[in-house]
Write a protein that binds this ligand. Structure first.
Ligand SMILES: NC(=O)c1ccc[n+]([C@@H]2O[C@H](COP(=O)([O-])OP(=O)(O)OC[C@H]3O[C@@H](n4cnc5c(N)ncnc54)[C@H](O)[C@@H]3O)[C@@H](O)[C@H]2O)c1
Length: 260
């Protein structure tokens, strides 16, 4: 971890701090002296400034958690997410509509110069092919309208995970140009294979060899800490001119695919 990132005394929110990338993000922020407010549907074993349970599939639970987060914030880290497997609408809610709803609630409390970062995936790399539809989803204002859009577009939503990750990228790009008007930068990352509890679950139903294809050309999977450091950088004052980016943190997989 780089201690040149300026987080001392900064007030930040991290969703998904129970495990994996969100846990590593919250831990690194604490090590840098930030005041960390955690959110998850499972408990967190870190010494956080505050922690609230929320289910990102449920607006009432998101509203309640957001109401407990008072004052101004310097960073929002949307790290929570569900793997492929559950019903597609649950994945769309937990990975995209819920984080979007939470972000919109917290937007008025984000300080000038603050950052919002979310985690997409290189599984979302097909977004350019669905741009018109994903922009329509972005414009489906509010959680309930978003759910209606998903229910009306089962072919696009598919198994849920790919669409949720594509939607995060397009939402990041669209909201970046809106949010920067009030001095808030908005970015996301596109990880490859990251050794976290989610990948352990995925590996129960996906051959390891298929996962390790995504770990090429680097030749190994990422750690959660390597992903967290990229998120910390994007939300730090040091990344002051980075806005609207979908940053691959995949060891070069997508660039290798692009020149095949
Ligand atoms: N692990 C990978 O290979 C990989 C690759 C690309 C992208 N990602 C993304 O990174 C993000 C973090 O995943 P991870 O790998 O750290 O997995 P993880 O399972 O360790 O972490 C996910 C976190 O989200 C929380 N969560 C899940 N559903 C929730 C809900 N409905 N409400 C509130 N909290 C909920 C979990 O409790 C957990 O703390 C996810 O968005 C995931 O899609 C992971």
């Amino acid at each position: 971890m780089s201690n040149w990132l300026q987080y001392s005394g900064k007030r930040v929110i991290v969703s998904g701090c129970h495990s994996g990338i969100g846990h590593a993000t919250a831990r690194q922020l604490l090590e840098l002296g930030a005041e960390v407010h955690g959110l998850d549907w499972k408990p967190c074993n870190l010494d956080l400034h505050s922690f609230a349970r929320l289910d990102l599939r449920d607006t009432a639970s998101i509203d309640a958690a957001a109401a407990g987060l008072t004052g101004s914030f310097d960073g929002l880290f949307n790290c929570a997410g569900m793997p492929p497997g559950p019903p597609p609408i649950d994945i769309m809610k937990a990975n995209y509509l819920g984080p979007r709803h939470l972000t919109e609630l917290l937007l008025p409390q984000m300080a000038q110069g603050s950052g919002i970062v979310s985690i997409s995936s290189n599984g979302g790399m097909g977004w350019p092919g669905h741009l018109a539809d994903l922009l329509e989803l972005d414009q489906a204002a509010g959680f309930a309208d978003g759910v209606r859009w998903c229910e009306a577009h089962p072919d696009l939503v598919g198994e849920g995970y790919r669409c949720s990750k594509e939607a995060i990228i397009v939402w990041t790009m669209a909201s970046a140009s809106r949010n920067i008007k009030t001095g808030i930068r908005t970015n996301c990352t596109m990880p490859g294979a990251v050794q976290t509890p989610m990948l352990v679950e995925i590996e129960k139903v996906t051959p390891s060899a298929a996962i390790d294809v995504v770990a090429q050309p680097f030749g190994r999977r990422s750690s959660a800490d390597e992903q967290a450091t990229a998120l910390l950088f994007l939300n730090s004052p040091q990344a002051s001119y980075i806005n609207g980016a979908a940053l691959p943190v995949d060891g070069g997989f997508m660039s290798a695919m692009a020149i095949r």
